[in-house]
Write a protein that binds this ligand. Structure first.
Ligand SMILES: Nc1nc2c(ncn2[C@@H]2O[C@@H]3COP(=O)(O)O[C@H]4[C@@H](O)[C@H](n5cnc6c(=O)[nH]c(N)nc65)O[C@@H]4COP(=O)(O)O[C@H]3[C@H]2O)c(=O)[nH]1
Length: 803
């Protein structure tokens, strides 16, 4: 489609600068040409006028003397002729001669509309005489000069105008081609320039090959292109930053840690989702608040202020604050956070914001507190344990060293606890400990400490005492508080306590020694009859040290083969025939000498060593009786003592089975002596164990019958074969009516339950006779022989057989 605009209009539209430039060039060159041409015309005109004026002067020179002669001669014709000669000269239009005094002759006319130039000169007779004859005035017409002027004006102006016009056109083309169109390209480029279109550089349609010097257009192009490059890299950086910011803000938002950002005045500006989840607060609740708002429920006003003052100072000075804070959720529940506070600095390294990162450590804290509690407190009684008690004792000692006071240390042990625990069960034992702990605590004032050291042992620390009497008063109070019975397993049980006392600084200035000394004093108190307190005396130390020593020796006794079995015959009363033997353990320690089972068996039970020792006893006894039976027609039965601790061993039945298998013995050749307290031990799966043993035909007897607390129902319930009457009843039965009645009743009751009866500790023939009369089945005791080594036992056996 053709452009409907005219060329100048198009030019004006597309290239207004060129068009305006053209106007300016034409205007300027026109003005310049005008001025120059005017000057030229004026100069030419002035030259023409000057030529006329020169001619007028030349007329004076040429005609002055001849005219003067003619006037002198008054030759009018000649004068006229001369004047006509003058007027015939180019441009001279009139010559007028005034002759003195009053004549005048004029030749020619002065043109009316043209300018003139006149020249007058005086005619005189001679120059020396200076006699004036007249005056000639020659007037020249400037008409030709004016005509020249007009013509010049036309020619010059026309040519100059044309030249100016064409030169302007040329300049315009040059400008348009070399400049304006490129400016147009630049204008179009920059008009179309957007941030989405930064890859296309500006290119001008110019042939710049081989041009080493860049011109202004190159410079502007380069400037635009480098601006585009800068913009592009800025934009890329901005996009990269935006991506980073988006990533970071997502990370913040989805962070598993709670995030709070405060402004430079510590007002909360941002909180992330985790924070909202954790606290149950809404953004409106917290934005604009100070972070102290978050801990105001868990700390007092002063503590809260102090805490956040520290946080601010440290975050600003050290660049970080780290610590733990307790906060409250919306529902009032408290939780712990591990908090890190750091400043966010601006480009001038000045904090512009503060970042508060929090991690919920409630579980860890609970676990820590639980561990701390477990590490420091006894779970059953809630009292401090040995570790915490020792810390407190050390603190009390340090305090007393400073103020010169005394510290009382009491070691308490519940008398018969073990027995109660074994007979009434662990639950009753636990309740006894709890109640015992409560009673002891009730006797003490605030600064004292009561701790459970383990088992039935308690420690009381009485700090800052002024006299030893105070400790004894407390000990007395504790003994009194144990007088009322304990209600355990639906029974009233009387439990006393034995107390050992050691004092700082008198008995020792060292916490470990003080404890050892109090322990030794407690053993002494127990030894002297229980339910008593005893002050430490240096000689007591030996006793407790002996116990410690025995424990360490006992641990190695089995390995060092220091044990031996002795055997005590069991005699049938009817015919005084040997039916079996009881295996009794002996310990011959190279250090301690012969140690009684009454001393080391309880220790072995306490330490758990009884399990391995008992296994050894079982193996040895089974093998012994197996050996003996090989040569006997009537096989002997081996009675073995079993402690509750062995029964609690999950491998106990297997141990029995293995011992029988290894020795080739039948179950009926083995009798396990079980105490009453073992049967009543709730921790033992008695039903199952006894049923399994019964299934193996192993005989079961109740040992020490009559010394226990409980009812007799269990005898019926379990598959017992024999009752063993405790030797304490046998000993007194011939002298005490009660005991004889009791022994009689036991025998009758046992028989009524189809149980056989063994009387233990039969020493005297009258005892034997009594028992025989009462139909007791078997007897065992010094009357026949004390427990013997195997070789002696065999000798004894052979001797008896021989008899
Ligand atoms: N006064 C007097 N005593 C007599 C008479 N006849 C026997 N005895 C003693 O009475 C105890 C009988 O054993 P126990 O009541 O089961 O009492 C045993 C038993 O409970 C325990 N014991 C011994 N050996 C073992 C063992 O291998 N395992 C376990 N668990 N306990 C054992 O040690 C306790 C003491 O054993 P022993 O000192 O050997 O003491 C033995 C024995 O020497 C007598 O006529 N008069």
């Amino acid at each position: 489609m053709r452009n409907p605009l005219s060329w100048p209009a198009r030019l004006r539209k597309q290239s207004p600068l060129s068009f305006r430039l053209l106007g300016y060039i034409i205007l300027c060159s026109s003005v310049f040409t005008l001025v120059a041409s005017a000057a030229q015309v004026y100069v030419d005109y002035q030259a023409d006028v000057s030529a006329i004026r020169e001619r007028l002067s030349d007329i004076e020179d040429g005609y002055k003397s001849s005219l003067a002669g003619s006037v002198w001669a008054i030759d009018e014709d000649l004068i006229r002729l001369q004047l006509e000669g003058i007027t015939s000269l180019p441009d001279i239009s009139r010559a007028r001669l005034r002759m003195y005094p009053d004549a005048e002759l004029t030749v020619g006319d002065v043109p009316a509309d043209a300018g003139t130039a006149s020249h007058s000169f005086t005619l005189s007779r001679s120059a020396e005489q200076d006699y004036q004859l007249g005056r000639v005035t020659v007037t020249a017409s400037l008409e030709s000069a004016n005509e020249n002027l007009q013509r010049n004006i036309q020619v010059i102006f026309t040519t100059q105008a044309l030249r100016t016009f064409f030169i302007s056109l040329l300049i315009l083309w040059i400008f348009q081609y070399f400049v304006a169109r490129h400016l147009g390209t630049m204008a179009r480029y920059t008009r179309q320039f957007t941030l989405r279109n930064l890859d296309t550089p500006l290119r001008l349609d110019r042939n710049r090959r081989g041009k080493s010097v860049s011109d202004e257009l190159d410079q502007v192009t380069d400037a635009i292109n480098s601006m585009r490059e800068r913009l592009r890299s800025d934009l890329e950086r901005q996009q990269q930053d935006a991506r980073e910011i988006r990533k970071l803000s997502l990370a913040l938002e989805q962070s598993p840690s709670s995030v709070i950002i405060c402004d430079r005045d510590w007002r909360i500006e941002y909180v992330n989702n985790k924070f909202l989840q954790l606290t149950g607060l809404s953004r409106d609740d917290v934005l604009g608040q100070y972070p102290a708002y978050l801990t105001q429920d868990t700390l007092s006003g002063d503590q809260n202020q102090e805490l956040w003052k520290n946080v601010r100072l440290q975050a600003q000075r050290a660049g970080v604050w780290q610590g733990e804070m307790q906060r409250t959720r919306e529902n009032g529940e408290r939780f712990w956070e591990q908090v890190v506070v750091t400043p966010i600095k601006d480009e001038r390294d000045i904090p512009s914001h503060y970042l508060i990162l929090g991690e919920d450590i409630s579980i860890r804290k609970r676990y820590e507190q639980q561990l701390l509690r477990q590490a420091n407190y006894d779970t059953l009684t809630g009292l401090p344990n040995r570790m915490l008690a020792l810390d407190r004792l050390k603190l009390a000692l340090a305090q007393s060293r400073r103020d010169g006071s005394m510290v009382g240390v009491m070691f308490l042990d519940l008398d018969n606890f073990k027995h109660i625990n074994d007979t009434l069960g662990h639950e009753a034992g636990d309740n006894l400990l709890i109640e015992g702990a409560r009673r002891i605590s009730a006797c003490l004032r605030g600064t004292s400490t009561v701790a459970r050291l383990g088992g039935d042992e308690f420690l009381v620390i009485l700090p800052s005492l002024s006299s030893p009497a105070a400790v004894e008063q407390v000990a007395e109070r504790i003994l009194q508080t144990f007088v009322p019975p304990f209600h355990l397993a639906d029974q009233e049980v009387f439990v006393s306590t034995s107390i050992g006392i050691a004092l700082y600084p008198g008995d020792s200035d060292d916490s470990t020694n003080l404890l050892q000394n109090a322990d030794a004093a407690m053993y002494e108190a127990k030894h002297r009859g229980k339910s008593a307190y005893q002050r430490f005396q240096p000689e007591m130390k030996e006793v407790s040290q002996e116990r410690l020593q025995m424990e360490s020796l006992l641990r190695r006794a089995l390995e060092m083969q220091e044990f031996e079995l002795h055997f005590q015959p069991i005699i049938r009363m009817d015919d005084r025939q040997l039916v079996g033997a009881e295996a009794l353990l002996r310990w011959e320690s190279p250090t301690l000498g012969e140690v009684s089972p009454d001393r080391f068996i309880p220790l072995a039970e306490e330490t758990g060593l009884i399990i391995s020792i008992g296994r050894w006893v079982l193996q040895q006894a089974c093998q012994a009786v197996s050996r003996w039976n090989q040569e006997r027609e009537e096989p002997l039965c081996m009675a073995i003592n079993v402690s509750p601790r062995q029964f609690r061993d999950p491998h106990f039945v297997e141990t029995i089975r293995a011992a029988l298998d290894e020795s080739g013995l039948g179950g009926e050749s083995l009798e396990l002596e079980i105490t009453e307290r073992l049967i009543l031990d709730n921790n033992i799966d008695t039903d199952r164990v006894l049923a399994e043993l019964d299934a193996m035909n192993v005989r079961l007897s109740v040992d020490d019958f009559g010394t226990g607390y409980s009812a007799l129902g269990y005898i019926k319930k379990y598959p017992f074969d024999t009752l063993k009457i405790d030797k304490s009843f046998i000993h007194d039965m011939t002298t005490k009516a009660d005991d004889s009645a009791l022994v009689r009743a036991i025998i009758q009751m046992a028989h009524s339950l189809s149980l056989q009866v063994i009387a233990e500790g039969v020493e005297a023939p009258e005892e034997f006779e009594f028992l025989k009369k009462e139909n007791c089945d078997y007897a065992q005791g010094f009357l026949f022989t004390p427990p013997l080594r195997e070789d002696s036992f065999i000798t004894w056996l052979n001797g008896t057989m021989d008899r």
